[in-house]
Ligand binder design. Structure first.
Ligand SMILES: Nc1ncnc2c1ncn2[C@@H]1O[C@H](COP(=O)(O)OP(=O)(O)OP(=O)(O)O)[C@@H](O)[C@H]1O
Length: 370
């Protein structure tokens, strides 16, 4: 899968802009606030018509304009697609593939998939479990639609159960349905745990290998899936996970009523990370944090390829800062397979063996030496 070329008009700080890309590495460099992330965002938009940072299309349209367009030629599944996104203020957006209007943005995900790393992803290592759960959920949802359904159902049930536990003293009749909620949550929760455990089982060795390659065999990254303590075998059949969750609910019933909140379940899961045996959250340096977060994303990308047979397009925003020369070299030269876009504030120090360098200044291409 590769993005061959893109045209942007009225998108962020781009007017009448076009660029073509290499099937390998594309380094997009320029000073601050020139449009590097905007370009990455436009490429990311081709997958699912979503931006990783805008809250709506309005933010994506240039300040002085009423509409903006992204047009791209993409090779995927041995075919060529022309993708067009027409964004307009006060009107619904239009998405077209080969000039045919799409019914849903999800149809784009079948053509282009992307894995994005941005500075906010450092939170994957340094912040609380919620960020890591969101990473797992996002990755597994893209691969397994059934997981997305179970996740949505679980969160709906959790909201209801939270309200029951909060209000039961005022309204004791609510307790009559508590068991039904527990039962349904254990069913959906068992599926979540099953999928997460299998995903992490495949992700962990890949991420560990990538971290070793990155650091010249100096660092060992260990990932471990942490779920409800009474689940004896998260990799086992969902029926036994379900039974363990039910037993756990029974033993915590009184505590939950007293606490008036839902104390445990897969909504508290974590993906714990250690570097050389020390918890990464407390002890990883800036560079190690960046490397570990990136190793997770690169491992996710490999699992995608295993599953679909195509490399997703890799978008790396501001990944090079804080990395030493060896780690920069790994990013620029040793990420193999698939197309990669990397933004940087500096021109690459050395040659890049395969790929293209695009210099961006005020939303325009300055030169492209190779
Ligand atoms: N809707 C918009 N219309 C016009 N300009 C916009 C719009 N949204 C953002 N910009 C501008 O685009 C410029 C470039 O933003 P971008 O985030 O791409 O910078 P960057 O090159 O990645 O910079 P940095 O290296 O600082 O991260 C900013 O000055 C921003 O104000």
């Amino acid at each position: 899968m590769r993005v061959c070329s893109i045209c942007l008009d009225g998108f962020r700080n781009y007017t009448n802009f076009s660029a073509s890309f290499d099937p390998g590495v594309n380094v997009i460099w320029g000073e601050n606030a020139q449009g590097k992330t905007n370009l990455l965002e436009a490429i990311g938009f081709l997958s699912g018509a979503r931006s990783h940072r805008a809250r709506g299309d309005r933010e994506l349209i240039s300040f002085q304009r009423d509409q903006g367009t992204i047009t791209a030629q993409v090779d995927s599944r041995d075919r060529t697609f022309l993708i067009e996104a027409q964004l307009a203020r006060g009107r619904r957006r239009k998405l077209l593939v080969n000039r045919v209007k799409l019914k849903t943005a999800a149809e784009l995900t079948g053509i282009v998939q992307t894995v994005l790393f941005c500075p906010e992803d450092l939170a994957l290592i340094k912040s609380g479990a919620a960020e890591r759960r969101a990473f797992l959920d996002h990755a597994i949802c893209q691969l397994r639609p059934r997981y997305g359904e179970a996740l949505a159902q679980y969160h709906k049930l959790l909201d209801h159960k939270t309200r029951i536990l909060r209000d039961w003293e005022k309204n004791p009749s609510l307790l009559e349905v508590l068991e039904d909620f527990n039962e349904a949550m254990a069913r959906a929760g068992a599926l979540l745990i099953h999928y997460r455990a299998h995903f992490v089982g495949k992700l962990a060795p890949r991420a560990a290998q990538i971290q070793r390659d990155f650091s010249g065999d100096r660092e060992e990254l260990t990932l471990s899936y942490q779920t409800v303590g009474t689940v004896r075998n998260p990799l086992g059949p969902t029926v036994s996970i379900y039974e363990d969750l039910r037993a756990h609910q029974d033993s915590h019933r009184r505590a939950e009523l007293e606490a008036r909140s839902c104390l445990s379940g897969p909504h508290k899961d974590d993906l714990a990370a250690w570097i050389d045996g020390q918890p990464a959250r407390q002890f990883a340096s800036q560079g190690q944090t960046r490397t570990a977060a990136l190793s997770l994303k690169l491992a996710e990308r490999e699992l995608f390829e295993d599953d679909t047979g195509q490399w997703p397009v890799l978008l790396l925003d501001d990944v090079l800062s804080e990395l030493d020369a060896r780690r920069q070299d790994f990013v620029l030269d040793r990420i193999t397979g698939g197309q990669v876009f990397i933004t940087s504030c500096e021109a690459p120090a050395g040659e890049i063996s395969r790929g293209k360098i695009l210099h961006i200044h005020q939303g325009a291409l300055v030169d492209s030496p190779n």
